[in-house]
Design a protein around this ligand. Sequence first.
Ligand code: NAD
Ligand code: ZN
Length: 369
Amino acid sequence: MNLFRNFKSVTRTCYGRGTFAKLGEILEPHRVPHEGPAPDVERGTFLVFVVDHYFEDKTEFIRRIPAGPDDELVFIDSREEPTTELIDGLRDDILKRRGLPAGIVGIGGGSTMDVAKAGALMFTNEGSSVQYQGLNLIKRPGIYHCGVPTISGTGAEVSMTAVLTGPVKKLGLKCDWTIFDQIVLDPDLIATVPTDQWFYTGMDTYIHSVEAITGTKKNTFAEAYSEKSLEMCREVFLRRERSDPKSDELLMVASYMGGLSLTYSEVGVCHALSYGLGKVLHIHHCIANCIAFDKLEDVYGEYVHEFKTMVKERGVHLPQGLAKEWSEETIDAMAEVAYNLPHMWDHAFGPDWEKVLDRERIKGWYRRM
Ligand code: NAD
Ligand code: ZN
């Protein structure tokens, strides 16, 4: 392993059923003006709560969010993955009307948590978020940020990236400051996720865990998290009823561990193909992964068989025959996006990956979908 990383972790983690009720108490000490470099506007003690739009009419849940009259409550439409435009607009509006918030809290899935992570950074970094898409481009630490997942699998609660779709790139704001200061993992919150979505997002952690340990960058650290996460996924998707209270607890921790398995490894073929589907056809990350993984038996063998068993067990709808509708130009464009992710191919096939992989092989995988 020639992998040198020195990674930062989430500062504080609160886990357990009912911990959402503690959120107000957890946030209280952070209702102080931001210290450190920031735009020249008044520094407030208010918090911004960004919440998935699913909860907009769930009055009982909204009542439980510890937002006071001075705080900002913003609903995020997660039907579209977050864009640089959304982040810039949110930041500009709040800075203009209210000044600099003390912190931002994201309550929702990967989309909403990424809005909170990117928002935290963009409150203190001037200009458009487009210019910060990439690794270590952010210049100043962001404001305090806290994540509360309401659906599990992406690992966005632990990762060092906030994925944004920009005018040119779909790429994260990736740096140590992206990582949450606080996460609250309450398994009660994921109970209402519809079955298909629960499965697609849950499979993201299964696929993270498989890809982390089936490539050249695999190592004992990644394997430890990955193997535990896979074991928990098997419990959730093969052995237990969804209604079994333990099931949501397992999935929430599996997501966290699947995310950590990647901090010292890398994603592989499935994620590369998924980026093509996302960029060209706007298919969401988790369902795109499922569409791709289903056709990768030649790379991930027994894991793909296991995945297919899980799809069957859960009676999940997995789109098939999509390639019939795709033109050669569409397939070319997706293959181009995927081909240009050398770090994933290097992990999947080693430094000489160009000897075993060309655009034709990538197109072959897309044609199977
Ligand atoms: P999401 O945030 O896109 O939400 C998916 C759907 O689930 C939405 O319709 C939402 O309304 C619904 N939902 C969420 N919680 C619910 C609940 N408790 N009850 C009922 N419905 C609920 O979901 P996701 O799959 O977690 O996230 C995908 C996003 O995460 C993509 O934008 C992707 O780019 C990003 N992502 C980020 C990372 C990272 O490390 N930052 C990793 C992977 C994916
Ligand atoms: Zn993923």
